[in-house]
Design a protein around this ligand. Structure first.
Ligand code: ADP
Length: 259
């Protein structure tokens, strides 16, 4: 039997299937999250990729913001526990995790067994989250996946002093009107997010190794800005956005074995 972890986020749905030997059999990401068809779609996609049907699944563990709304699961686990488990599997030796998703930022301290020891989270405000970057990309009329490359082409970071999404949006519009280079505005946006995230990191304290999880970690420009703010290297695995789903799948695998 196969084990499935499904991470129903605010912005994206992610799923991982583990085979009978515990190896990853399939993974899938659908860029729409809770309250949409995203969770059902990612579940059918991941089964199809693994070449299995629902009957071949022995255990499903859900995590993420929308984890209580998915029917047919065996159990659910918090995002914090799943990211901790997923990242320590992908990047053993990690002690500090910075997870930036669509609507929240979490900084976690984990021990050598991948167990959560301490964490801080942003308040309800979108400042510094994926949503903030998505909004800024829209104002600049660029795709969020191009922000990284643009920021690396900047010659200096424009000053974006507001962390509030609404005020920062007006600031970006006035920079555009003043003919500030697009690349410099993007670098300024990254710097403003990095400053905000760094203040949360400081509250938990930097303990090496530091890793990032969540979709925003795919933005290398932002990762680079955060490295400058916290003055240390940050590890990013190519499956960073799947860390929560992988953690849930590992929990599902464990529960299936002991059931
Ligand atoms: P959640 O779990 O809250 O749904 P995710 O961890 O899946 O969030 O991250 C979603 C965020 O990741 C979105 O805001 C999106 O902008 C960002 N993102 C996804 N892919 C990329 C990419 N290739 N480059 C930059 N940002 C990305």
């Amino acid at each position: 039997m196969f084990a499935v972890g499904i991470d129903i986020g605010s912005t994206a749905s992610k799923a991982v299937v583990l085979a009978e030997d515990g190896a990853v059999a399939a993974k899938a990401i659908v860029p729409i999250g809770t309250g949409t068809v995203g969770p059902a779609r990612v579940f059918s996609q991941v089964l199809e990729k693994a070449g299995i049907t629902r009957e071949d699944v022995g255990w499903i563990t859900a995590t993420g913001y929308g984890r209580f709304s998915f029917e047919g699961i065996n159990d659910q686990k918090s995002e914090l526990s799943c990211h901790a488990k997923g990242i320590s599997h992908l990047l053993p030796g990690t002690r500090t995790i910075v997870d930036i998703g669509g609507q929240d930022i979490k900084v976690m301290r984990i021990n050598d067994k991948g167990l959560l020891m301490n964490f801080v989270m942003n308040d309800k405000c979108a400042a510094g989250t994926g949503r903030f970057l998505d909004t800024m990309a829209k104002v600049l009329d660029v795709d969020v996946t191009n922000l990284s490359e643009l920021s690396f082409r900047a010659d200096e970071a424009a000053e974006i002093s507001s962390t509030c999404t609404v005020f920062a949006e007006s600031e970006v519009i006035s920079k555009l009107a003043a003919n500030v280079k697009l690349e410099n505005i993007v670098a300024g946006i990254h710097k403003s997010v990095a400053r905000r995230v760094a203040s949360l990191v400081q509250r938990v304290g930097v303990q090496l190794q530091v890793a990032m999880s969540g979709g925003v970690a795919l933005n290398q420009g932002l990762v680079h800005s955060l490295e400058e703010e916290i003055d240390c290297q940050i590890q990013v695995h190519e499956d960073c956005q799947l860390a929560g789903a992988l953690g849930a799948a590992l929990y599902a695998y464990g529960s299936m074995q002991s059931a």
